[in-house]
Design a protein around this ligand. Structure first.
Ligand SMILES: CC(=O)N[C@H](C=O)[C@@H](O)[C@H](O)[C@H](O)CO
Ligand SMILES: CC(=O)C(=O)O
Length: 306
């Protein structure tokens, strides 16, 4: 039996940390890892969408993970998203992640070409084989990847004993239950959409990985705690407060991660740099009121609920 307790909790998707010149910053990566550690999160999910992985080179992704591991190893669960759009580079990152000692690797399906299921399964199994002593987590995010984790593909993947979980970012909460039901007892399913955390936990998600957890970890940690105690009625208003903040952040002209980094800068005095193009930076004029308003809402919600 696999031990899935390390996956049971709030796992922020780690933001890409850049220096002023736009190069990746190991120092800022470590500051951010330390911050999350002190907040009491269960772990971090590195190099995913929030890590802007598709805009980084293999070398950069290795350096970021190495920097992070210096802070996180043995203190937090580390799930490293290693997918590149080709198998070779992904395998290189998978092997590197295992060498670094991560708890699990994760992967989206290949994007752009809509490949048949046997090719997607082959891609995932090849990546998993490059990290033979490491759990493998499937990242299901059909609205962005263009390929969904169907039940037939899921069953095919379950033949690989390293497949330990699914990070489910599809919108139907029911998908979580489907993967839980067939995944077995020692199989972890993570809630993806932060806006549905309460719902995802209610239907059985073990843990949760989210792109907005880093900007307001206190709220999600509280939701998790309440839901695990069965106190869904108390968790709901926190979810509503978080959702309102997410909607406002996502309505800015700047990309969601750019806005989040600006809020973190103002709220915590921690500078994670900007986002990489083609993601849009914050628009100093158009976004200012919304950034301040979201910051205010976060402060109020944290004071009220945590
Ligand atoms: C589509 C997408 O990126 N989903 C993320 C992962 O599941 C979420 O964590 C979102 O960032 C979050 O729910 C905000 O919309
Ligand atoms: C948002 C998220 O979960 C990711 O960074 O992949």
């Amino acid at each position: 039996m696999r031990d899935i307790t390390k996956y049971q909790g709030i796992i922020p998707a780690f933001y890409a940390c850049y220096a002023e010149d736009g190069c990746i910053s190991e120092k800022r990566t470590q500051i951010w890892a330390q911050y999350l550690l002190e907040k009491g999160v269960k772990g971090v999910y590195v190099g995913g969408s929030s890590g802007e992985c598709i805009y980084q080179s293999v070398e950069e992704r290795k350096r970021l993970l190495e920097a992070l591991m210096e802070v996180a190893k043995g203190k937090m669960t580390v799930i490293a998203h290693v997918a590149c759009n080709n198998t070779k580079d992904s395998c290189e990152l998978a092997a590197h992640a295992q060498k670094c000692g991560v708890d699990a690797i994760a992967s989206i399906p290949p994007i752009y070409f809509h490949l048949p299921e046997h090719s997607v399964a082959q891609y995932w199994n090849d990546i998993s084989a490059a990290a033979p002593d490491t759990d493998f987590i499937i990242y299901n995010i059909p609205q962005l990847a263009g390929t969904a984790l169907t039940m037939s593909l899921f069953h095919e993947m379950l033949k690989n004993p390293r497949v330990a979980g699914v990070k489910n970012s599809s919108m139907p909460i029911q998908d979580i239950q489907m993967f839980k039901m067939d995944g077995g007892k020692d199989f972890a399913v993570f809630n993806g959409p932060d806006e549905q955390l309460v719902g995802g936990l209610a239907i059985g998600a073990d843990g949760a990985i989210g792109g907005t957890y880093g900007v307001m970890p206190e709220l999600y940690l509280k939701i998790y705690e309440l839901c695990k105690n069965g106190e869904y009625e108390k968790a709901r208003p926190i979810q509503y407060a978080a959702d309102e903040i997410i909607y406002e952040i996502c309505s800015c002209r700047g990309n969601m991660y750019a806005v989040i980094k600006e809020i973190i800068r103002r709220r915590e005095g921690i500078d994670l740099g900007d986002v990489r193009k083609p993601l849009a930076s914050v628009d100093r004029k158009l976004d200012e009121a919304k950034i301040e308003s979201s910051l205010q809402k976060i402060r109020e919600a944290v004071a009220k609920f945590s």
